[in-house]
Design a protein around this ligand. Structure first.
Ligand SMILES: [Zn+2]
Length: 100
């Protein structure tokens, strides 16, 4: 069974705050406004990708220069979402590295 992507309608907070640790970008988006504009069924990751298109690092990602754009709230809200897998993997990597 394919994983269902989380949509804007499922976002539980009134505002979605996206930030990029790499470029220092930060944006705050009114979720009700986003739903009006893009529809409730738009996957959250599609929206993040749309915002990311304005970031040169996102568009042209290399191993050394990756864009860290994301929404911290998603990590807590959707622990099993596919988007958080990458985050969890990174945490594991850091853990492994700390162990030596
Ligand atoms: Zn970025």
């Amino acid at each position: 069974m394919p994983e269902k992507l989380k949509t804007l309608a499922e976002f539980k907070l009134p505002h979605m705050i996206l930030n990029c640790a790499q470029c220092g970008r930060k944006g705050r988006y009114n979720v009700a406004r986003l739903i009006e504009r893009h529809g409730p069924d738009m996957p959250i990751c599609n929206f993040i990708a749309m915002i990311g298109r304005t970031c040169p690092r996102w568009v042209n990602q290399t191993e050394r220069q990756a864009c860290g754009l994301g929404c911290d709230a998603l990590v807590y809200m959707f622990m099993t979402a596919p988007a958080t897998d990458a985050y969890a993997m990174k945490q594991n990597e850091e853990f492994d590295r700390a162990k030596g």
